[in-house]
Design a protein around this ligand. Structure first.
Ligand code: 3HC
Length: 285
């Protein structure tokens, strides 16, 4: 299938990045959010991100304009009838994703594919709420989408081989490398990442070291670009906790239990960078 028009559901951090790389690959993008103002805000933020590339001499101004013109902000799901592929990138909550996928499914062309950028929710469950389970698949992008090379592809047990191959080719067209995971809690990347972040939370909670030294240990000792607590703030502590709870509940092993400090920070609203405070304070920077 030739993918020309892509619907992106959600103009937040992930949806914006997905819309940007998709438009850069030459597709027309329908960028949807709960209302037009949010969708337009998303479009403006993409414009700012692309301007940084122009300022650095990495993109021509005319190319930036072309990319921005390929992205149309909208709030009406009905426009998805034009899409060859819809990628859902809404908040990581099963009920929200199920509703969006089910609503999108009702207006989409019968042959169109439906992907979710979920970071932990079962694709098999999400596929089951649609009338096209063989055409539903997980496309898990990494944050920040324009920078990170990986897309994790998660076929639902209902996904057809044709759907898997089309999505792999599409990811390659976006310039991404692919790893494939079975539909299992946390898939592959977050199955490894979340216990790592959670262990850093336990180390902090037990007073082994300061946040700065925990992160420095990983940055300098393991050569990661960010330490685990810094990365947790970057991802959002609410998202980290949600995924950690999925791993704990669905794998049924107490080794995945979220650290109390993580639960407390989320309860306090200290959600990381987006809230101005998480393991670090961002209002002073
Ligand atoms: N959007 C677009 N580009 C961005 C960006 C953003 N949000 N943030 C940084 N960049 C670009 C910069 O423009 C710069 O580009 P250049 O090299 O062409 O000039 C490049 O990335 C490096 O940025 P900086 O020099 O500003 O800063 P750093 O060198 O510190 O890099 C980083 C920033 C790329 C975020 C780096 O710290 C990093 O790779 N961190 C780890 C990110 C990571 O692990 N992501 C995965 C999270 S897990 C996930 O997403 C799964 C989910 O389900 C939880």
């Amino acid at each position: 299938m030739d993918i020309k028009v892509v619907g992106v559901l959600g103009a937040g951090q992930m949806g914006r990045g997905i819309a940007q790389v998709t438009a850069q690959a030459g597709c027309n993008v329908l960028l949807l959010d709960v209302d037009l103002a949010h969708a337009k805000q998303g479009h403006e933020r993409i414009g700012k991100d692309l301007l940084r590339l122009v300022d650095k001499g990495k993109m021509q101004s005319a190319e930036r304009q072309t990319i921005l013109q390929r992205i149309t902000p909208n709030q009406d799901l009905k426009v998805l009838s034009e899409a060859d592929l819809v990628i859902e990138a809404a908040t990581e909550q099963q009920v929200i994703k199920e509703k969006l996928l089910s609503d999108a499914d009702k207006v989409m062309k019968p042959e169109a594919l439906l992907a979710s950028n979920t970071s932990s929710i079962s694709l098999t469950k999400l596929a089951a709420v649609t009338s096209r389970p063989d055409k539903v698949i997980g496309m898990h992008f990494m944050n920040p989408v324009p920078v990170m090379k990986l897309v994790e592809i998660i076929p639902a047990i209902q996904s057809s081989e044709e759907c898997v191959q089309t999505i792999k080719q599409f990811a390659a067209r976006l310039g991404k490398m692919v790893v494939t995971s079975k539909d299992s809690p946390g898939f592959l990347v977050n199955r490894m990442l979340m216990p790592f972040i959670n262990e850093a939370c336990f180390a902090l909670q037990e007073g082994l070291s300061s946040p700065e030294e925990i992160d420095e240990g990983v940055r300098l000792g393991l050569n990661h670009p960010m330490g685990p607590l810094e990365l947790a703030d970057f991802v959002g502590l609410d998202t980290v906790l949600y995924i950690a709870e999925v791993l704990h509940r669905e794998l049924g092993d107490d080794k995945y239990r979220p650290a109390t400090i993580l639960r407390n920070y989320v309860a306090a609203g200290w959600l990381g960078r987006k809230a101005g405070r998480g393991f670090y304070n961002y209002t002073e920077k």
